[in-house]
Design a protein around this ligand. Structure first.
Ligand code: AMP
Ligand code: GLY
Length: 423
């Protein structure tokens, strides 16, 4: 098969790494990709939202399968764009339809979906500019901290958790009245604050049947001890120790099955990943959010633990044999440690020369923000490189990654040395 992957992060490098191992893979393209994907496939300088150019590329390269990494093109309807065009509708697109992508693209849509299908989630109400006063009144009925979510996509920044009622009211006014997140906050979901431990569960589905992928926990804050500013993710561990077979069975019964049932009943075409963010208190999971793609850096620990041929599973999604394909997961623990640019998640410099790749032993390197500059690899983003290792337990796995992180050098490099500390 000829495969095109859309995106340029560690997630896409991990997909490329896995797909390239399949005997079914004839040609592998990544758009736009990074210095890591360039080692195993061909990078093409096309943006993930440039549907016309993506179509032309699919035709000229005779692509059979399109794997969509990030949420943006999904929310913008890339699946439907392919479905509606006779010339490219034979191509299997891994990612949901535009309607399905609303599970991530609209917080209100996803909350309504959860309520309708009896999926446990935080109590909520949504408000617009015209109902700002009602929003303030709703805030008064809640106890702190408060959770305010911009309805639309806001590059991962649309959730505010103010500590006091006063701050919450100011934030609500900024979001609705002053368009703090542009159009994305023309509607705001206010919800009950949940307590507990967060983890994520991932599902691959053809819209009818599904396979439960390994669970993972990511570390969102920049600082050790989970302090400081939010980032895209500084590391991840899979599996999550408390997510044992019984817990996952509960998640399957209470969340995954009703989610798939909802997709079927709402007539939503969904061939792709569902990322279910959970908050767990006393063993009871509630959904914080759906994402309609894999997580980054969660992919860098989840995908390496899949022993089965991922491309064969994707092919099965396209030809209807998905439910019959075996699916095996490694028992080993995987850990990934994200190396980032100095200053990230605030301003940082790019173009720093990287070295030490050849000294790395016993880890997988997934490039996040890198590019080739002549014969050198240079930094090209805030998150630069995910170092993934396996072990019999979390300690063994993370320690391999830490050791290799010492060997990789670039000016201003930083990584958290406590990934997995709380598990
Ligand atoms: P989201 O973008 O929906 O994942 O939210 C970002 C982060 O905010 C989550 O990873 C949680 O840590 C936190 N969060 C979101 N909703 C809630 C909630 N209802 N209760 C507690 N924390 C929440
Ligand atoms: N690591 C969180 C995300 O990909 O949304």
């Amino acid at each position: 098969m000829n495969v095109l992957i859309l995106g340029s992060g560690g997630r896409e490098h991990a997909f490329a790494w896995k797909v390239s191992q399949s005997s079914l893979c004839k040609k592998l393209l990544v758009a736009p990709g990074n210095a890591g994907t360039a080692q195993i496939g061909t990078n093409i300088e096309i943006g993930v939202n440039d549907f016309d150019k993506i179509k032309d590329l699919c035709l000229s390269e005779e692509i059979d399968l399109l794997i969509v990494g990030p949420e943006d093109p999904l929310v913008n309807g890339i699946y439907d764009f392919f479905q509606e065009d006779e010339k490219i509708q034979h191509i299997t697109v891994i990612g949901p339809s535009k309607k399905g992508a609303q599970l991530e693209g609209s917080k209100e849509f996803s909350k309504e979906f959860m309520v309708k299908y009896g999926i446990p989630t935080a109590a909520y109400q949504s408000f617009t500019k015209d109902t700002l006063e009602e929003g303030n009144q709703f805030l008064e009925t809640l106890s702190p901290p408060y959770v305010l979510k911009a309805d639309g996509l806001a590059a991962g920044k649309g959730v505010l958790i103010p500590e006091t009622l006063k701050e919450a009211k100011i934030s609500l006014k900024e979001m609705l009245g002053d368009a703090k997140f542009g159009d994305a906050s023309s509607k705001v979901v206010i919800e009950e604050h949940l307590k507990g431990i967060e983890l994520s569960v991932f599902v691959l589905t053809d819209g009818i049947s599904y396979k439960i992928l390994p669970s993972a926990k990511d570390y969102k804050r920049i600082g050790e001890g989970d302090k400081g500013l939010n980032t895209g993710g500084m590391g991840a561990i899979s599996p999550v120790p408390f997510a044992d077979r019984f817990f996952i069975e509960k998640v399957e019964r209470e969340i995954i099955k009703p989610t798939i049932k909802g997709l079927v009943e709402e007539d939503i075409d969904y061939k792709g990943f569902i990322f279910i963010g959970l908050m767990v208190e006393n063993g009871n999971p509630k959904v914080i959010e759906y994402n309609v793609r894999m997580g980054d850096p969660e992919t860098e620990v989840v995908i390496p633990r899949i022993k089965s041929d991922l491309l064969n599973l994707f092919r099965g999604i396209g030809n209807g044999s998905f439910s019959e394909i075996d699916f095996d997961i490694s028992e080993e623990v995987a850990a990934t440690v994200m190396m980032v640019s100095g200053g990230y998640p605030e301003s940082y410099e790019k173009g720093k020369k990287m070295s030490g790749f050849e000294d790395v032993e016993d880890s997988l390197l997934f490039h996040s923000g890198t590019k080739n500059d002549g014969d050198k690899v240079v930094t090209n983003g805030g998150r630069v490189l995910a170092i993934t290792s396996f072990g019999k337990d979390i300690n063994e796995a993370v320690n391999k990654s830490f050791k290799n992180a010492e060997k990789i050098n670039f000016e201003g490099k930083y990584y958290r040395k406590d990934i997995g500390f709380d598990l």
